[in-house]
Every structure is written in C-alpha cells, then in structure tokens.
Ligand binder design. Sequence first.
Ligand SMILES: NC(=[NH2+])NCCC[C@H](N)C(=O)O
Ligand SMILES: [Mn+2]
Ligand SMILES: [Mn+2]
Length: 302
Amino acid sequence: MLKDISIIGVPMDLGQERRGVDMGPSAIRYAGVIERLEALGYNIEDLGDIPIAAKRIGAGKNSSHEHLKNLEEVAEVNSKLADAISQVVEKKRFPLIFGGDHSIAIGTLAGAAKPYQNLGVIWYDAHGDLNTAETSPSGNIHGMPLAVSLGLGHPSLTSIGGYQPKVKPENIVIIGARSLDQGEKELIREKNIRVYTMHEIDQFGMTKVMSDAINYLKDKTDGVHLSLDLDGLDPSDAPGVGTPVLGGISYRESHLAMEMLSEADILTSAEFVEVNPILDDKNKTANAAVALMGSLFGEKLC
Ligand SMILES: NC(=[NH2+])NCCC[C@H](N)C(=O)O
Ligand SMILES: [Mn+2]
Ligand SMILES: [Mn+2]
C-alpha cells in the first residue's frame, strides 16, 4: 500500500432522509484517525471536506425526479469529489474518503477507477446499493451507487468522470449482504455478481469468505477499492447508521477482514461511509470505523 494517504471528507446527506450523516467526517476525525495512521508510519494529508449544498426541507419532495431525490445536488457533489480524487491519484497518494451517505461512492469510484482497466471493488455492506430509479423502493440515491458505477442509472450520475462503466460486474465482491431489494437480486443474478451474504459468513466463517474474495479479485484486477458501509456491521457494534439491519458482521469479524486485506496488500483506495453521530452511542460507530482503519493499514495486536 502507498505510504502517503490523502483524506477527503464528504459531509453528504442528500442521498437519504435521516439527518446527521453529514457529521460523519467530523466524528471520524474526532475518533483520532489521523493520529492513528500517523502512528503506523503513514504520511497523512487532510484535504478537508467537499462542500455540500444545504439540505432542502422535505428533501426530494420538490425534486424534478421523484425517484431520484436531490439528483442535481448529489450529481454536483460527486463530480467535485471525482475531481478531487483524481488529483490525489495523480500525486501517487492513497485516497481515503469519509462519508457522508453512500451516494458518495459514485464520485469516489469515478475518480478512483479512472487509472485502472479492471478496478476491483469490495462492497462491505448490509445492502447491495444496486438499485436504479425503476427498482428503488425509496428513491434515495444512497441505495444506487454500485448500479451507477456499473453504468446503470440516470445519465447525470453515470456520466460523472466522463467515462463508463467505472467497474465491471465480474470485478465486484459484496460482503455482508442481508437486505436486498427484488430488483437488486435480479441484477445480481443477471450480471453474476459475487455476493457473500451473512449466510456464507455464518456457514464458512470470515476467514474463508475473505480469502475466497481476495483470490477472486487478485489476479484479474489491477487495483482494488474498499467501500465500507458501517451498516455492514451489526447494529450492536455500529448503532450510528441510518439504515441498520439486524444480524450483521461483528466487530471482530470485521477486524479480521481488514487484517486479511492488509496482509493481501491489494487496496488502492478506500472509503468509510454512513456514520451518523446523531443516531450513535458515544461515537461508537466512528470509533469502530477508525479501529478498522487501524487494522486495514497494518496495525498488529502484538
Ligand atoms: N447505503 C445504504 N445504506 N443503502 C441503503 C439502501 C436501502 C434500500 N435498498 C434502498 O434502496 O432504499
Ligand atoms: Mn448499507
Ligand atoms: Mn451502502
């Protein structure tokens, strides 16, 4: 992994309807992320936050796209984010992004995938985030970023970065899924996307799931992005998220997953999203995110 890391915060809350996720980047910084990574010998540059348009009252109600809430605003923020990440990549630094809701993955991937022919994506999440306006039960864009990155969705989202698709279905691995909408299940089947649901994690254990996932991606990808939605973890370990789903990945299993990724040394970018301090318990979720980043960047227990 690159020894120089550039942090970008994206206090985005327009991709969903719960207030507070815009405070995620601050909560993660307060949890001591910079000190933690510096202690591991990394050179950290914090580029601050991407500016976000003020949230409208009754988000989406007046939007021109009923099934794509805050479309224009979400698109604008994501194209700024994509540009910021491209600059980080050009400097040969590792982009580390803090959300914000998961709609920011649209911009992250637009920036992070550009230099790669076959960027792998590890989507660590209770959800597939594979909806389009047609399949979404909510109209919330945070449920759509992985579909957008495959080139499926509104053109003002899929065109960000000026190329598409950002990722190919065979280079995606979803880990921790336990809440998939009907249209998402159909897309997973149609595109043959590799998914490790909680069933596989329970049946085979995290060690087997992660080594399988890493082997699946290792030889065919030229870079790998980790998109970690904190709701992939069980709500008892990460209560500060807007769309919690029971029966998730434990804190310890998540540490193991991060340690295995660190060992495999395949990551070229990462993002931690959906931390909502208003819904949290004493910053537990941001603290978990930072502890997981410790493992991801090479912290050893002894
Ligand atoms: N990034 C997330 N937390 N996504 C949750 C999405 C929930 C649901 N599948 C939807 O599309 O509305
Ligand atoms: Mn999720
Ligand atoms: Mn998500």
